[in-house]
Design a protein around this ligand. Sequence first.
Ligand SMILES: Cc1cc2nc3c(=O)[nH]c(=O)nc-3n(C[C@H](O)[C@H](O)[C@H](O)COP(=O)(O)O)c2cc1C
Length: 165
Amino acid sequence: MKTLIVYSSKTGNTRKVAEAIHAVLPAGTDIFPVSDAPEPDAYDFVVVGYWVDRGTANTEMAAYMPKICGKKVGIFFTLGAYPHSQHATDSFEAGTKLLGEGCEVVAKFWCQGAIDPKLTSWMSKLPAEHPHSPNPERLRRWEEAAKHPDAADLEAAQSAFRNLF
Ligand SMILES: Cc1cc2nc3c(=O)[nH]c(=O)nc-3n(C[C@H](O)[C@H](O)[C@H](O)COP(=O)(O)O)c2cc1C
């Protein structure tokens, strides 16, 4: 089974998960950042990894995913929100909708990822009435996100993608 991993990562979180997954897929599995990714046509199993941007796959990955048609697919992503939140589930659903026709999602994984300090520092200055302004709950979530992906996340990602076929 010819396998391709394509990922997009602005600050490195999603790349760490991509590399962990690559380590448990069969030898010969190709891995590329989306900017250098080949067309998916020549592969049987295509694994895509994105960071969540406004509730869906980030723009570069969102442009690549519709090219994947009729393949077995794995989806992983990192996000600032908690992994068991509705927002995380919605971010997965939004990602699957970007795939081309006839794909079958056979593996999935997501975890929190440290939020770019440029963004948190910008949000920290927002007025209290703004929906993204910091409140105690949000600050706790940013603090927790800052610890991820950790070793347990990377192991969980590997478990989700090991021995699939
Ligand atoms: C511009 C921007 C938008 C983001 N939007 C969301 C979002 O809608 N939901 C969320 O949970 N996290 C959001 N995040 C957090 C990132 O998805 C998260 O930090 C991710 O791990 C970054 O991955 P990377 O290091 O691979 O770039 C956003 C981050 C940035 C910079």
